[in-house]
Design a protein around this ligand. Structure first.
Ligand code: MRU
Length: 358
């Protein structure tokens, strides 16, 4: 996507290093960072300088390539993948990507692994872009169908599933960009998404692309649906199970409940690496990340002088829980938008995707 006049991916090879967009500086300033080691890649994922399921997977793959530069032994390959695997638990794209790197590099001689690791990481990144483009094209049909002449179509989204969360284009936002580009009047209700406020990233992305949007508090969505101000909900996902459960950023489930109650279609936009075919019991088996209490106790922003500031909003001794994700059951999901088309959030629907893609 373009930032000013420059075309950016959210991660790229930069000589023998890796470049990323530092998402912790947005929306206040746009900045990039260079990662030199696997440890730096792991830290970037853990600290959410990069975030979003597909991007986490791509950065982890590049992290393996960084590790192979200094030591491409079997032990170093295992250590790098183990280290990266421990960064964040919920997005299955991380495991998918690291397994792919392990399977590709494992059979090779150590002296072949360096070059092969860069090529495979690049392949994962390039493929992500193609998957998202295809998701965009399929999702666009939904928006076209819902659009009425002379009327703006209102889409609600939660968290950030745009180009920043992927290598490019985004998942949930890809159809919105295409709809806007072909002249459909589309407006996006952007959930703030406390506590990490990924909605600010979505607002920044949409604003940069010229898509009309309105940032709302997380609790506003249900009210807007009751008032008939939401035509469609599209979110991303960190893990989808074979029977259609959608695990995504905390708060997604409440939006799905409100959508069902108000007859608003609710879709998840999901590339196939986000489907975890191993899960039999969604509520029991998906690891839900429990994040730091400080994310609830403090807010980050700019002070009156425009300097980065951290403000305490709760007493230090208050008990806090901070689950990062929730699981929306299939009966609340109208459909899953994948690179292969839109399927039902059912075992049969998802099986049709599996036959073609894995
Ligand atoms: O904690 P985050 O910001 O990594 O969570 C991101 C989300 O929940 C996204 O909706 C999901 O990863 C899909 S991104 C295309």
């Amino acid at each position: 996507m373009k930032v000013g006049d420059v075309n950016y991916r959210s991660v790229w090879r930069d000589g023998d290093n890796v470049g990323i967009v530092d998402q912790t500086r947005l929306p206040y300033e746009f900045g990039t960072l260079r990662l030199h080691t696997c440890e730096e890649a792991a830290h970037a994922i853990k600290s959410m300088k990069v975030r979003g399921a597909p991007l986490i997977g791509a950065v982890a793959a590049y992290g393996v390539a960084l590790a192979m530069r200094s030591d491409a032994s079997d032990g170093a390959l295992a250590a790098a993948t183990d280290r990266l695997m421990r960064t964040r638990p919920t997005a299955v794209n991380l495991r998918w990507s690291l397994e792919r790197m392990r399977q590709h590099l494992g059979p090779l001689a150590p002296e072949q692994r360096g070059k092969a690791a860069w090529a495979e990481a690049q392949g994962i990144a390039d493929e992500d872009i193609e998957l998202n483009r295809a998701i965009g094209r399929h999702g666009l049909k939904l928006i076209r169908d819902a659009a009425k002449p002379g009327k703006t179509i209102n889409v609600l989204t939660h968290c950030n599933a745009g180009w920043l969360a992927t290598v490019d284009y985004g998942t949930a936002l890809a159809p919105i960009y295409l709809a806007h580009d072909e002249g459909i009047a589309v407006h996006v209700w952007v959930d703030e998404t406390r506590p990490r406020s990924q909605g600010f990233l979505t607002a920044w992305e949409l604003g940069s692309h010229g898509v009309p949007y309105t940032l709302i508090a997380d609790n506003a969505g249900g009210h807007l649906m009751q008032k008939g101000k939401v035509d469609l909900v599209i979110v991303g996902a960190d893990r989808v199970t074979p029977d259609g459960h959608v695990c995504n950023k905390i708060g997604t489930y409440l939006k799905a409940l409100a959508a069902k109650h108000n007859g608003v279609p609710f879709f998840a936009a999901v590339p196939s690496p986000t489907i975890d075919w191993t899960i039999a019991d969604a509520m029991g088996e998906i690891p839900i990340e429990e994040r730091s209490a400080d994310e609830i106790r403090y807010v980050h922003g700019l002070d009156d002088k425009g300097k980065a500031a951290r403000i305490e909003i709760g007493a230090r001794d208050m008990k806090v829980a901070n689950p990062g994700f929730d699981v929306t059951p299939p009966e609340l999901v109208t459909g899953i938008i994948t690179e292969l088309g839109i399927c039902a959030a059912t075992r049969e629907g998802l099986a049709s995707i599996r036959t073609n893609s894995t």
